[in-house]
Design a protein around this ligand. Sequence first.
Ligand SMILES: C[S@@+](CC[C@H](N)C(=O)[O-])C[C@H]1O[C@@H](n2cnc3c(N)ncnc32)[C@H](O)[C@@H]1O
Length: 233
Amino acid sequence: MNVSIANVLTSTNSDSPLVSIVSFPDRCPAWGDGSYRGNCDGRLLLQLVQHYQPRSVADPMLGSGTTRDVIRDLNRTSANPIQYWGSDLRLGFNLLMQDLPGVFDLVWIHPPYWDIIRYSKDPSDLSTFEIYEEFRAALRACLGRCFAALTPGGRLAILVGDIRRNGTYTPLIRDVLNLEGELGQLRSIIIKAQHKCRSDAKTYARIEDARIMHEYCIIFKKVREAEHARGGR
Ligand SMILES: C[S@@+](CC[C@H](N)C(=O)[O-])C[C@H]1O[C@@H](n2cnc3c(N)ncnc32)[C@H](O)[C@@H]1O
């Protein structure tokens, strides 16, 4: 299937409802770099932007630049361009130590899958934390900075996947969901099918349990004071 930007931009629009299961078997090649390990297709971000209509978007772990490219292409035809900021440790921005530069209606973050894919040897790189509890603490600190950079009413979208290693299942989703409250109000959990992972090329003798073929986009909302008073609806 030929995935073109024009097809993608017109096949999803603000009238399409945001749904809780998504699957993009053919990566849209215009956005980010499919050869950057752990990269994601840009269409989930596109759907979030078309649904929530943020005026500003940030991505503090932009990797190959998928979110930057989606917003760039949306802005080409928009009379009201979306303000975008994105960076990454490999570009000199360290979310463990630095605040985001401003406030945003939508903060998207796609952190490393613990240490499954090592991005660098920098000790601030979340993918270098070998002890899960230390990774979890670092992730929590990073997510807290993202929440702090939300405008009132803004959304934090966190793309994470669970991990199974040597038979041990580590549900990252549980640890992120446990941060409800400090990251705002939980509003959605979107299940995203995973395609073309490097592990797909491996032949598994026989695994005892279900192979993980999905990840989650967890969406929190920073509710406004008045909404809080009404129970946050
Ligand atoms: C899963 S990748 C993001 C991939 C991206 N969504 C894409 O489509 O290309 C995670 C990124 O987190 C970055 N990272 C790890 N620790 C970081 C930190 N402390 N501050 C900022 N970025 C960090 C890595 O360099 C890596 O690019």
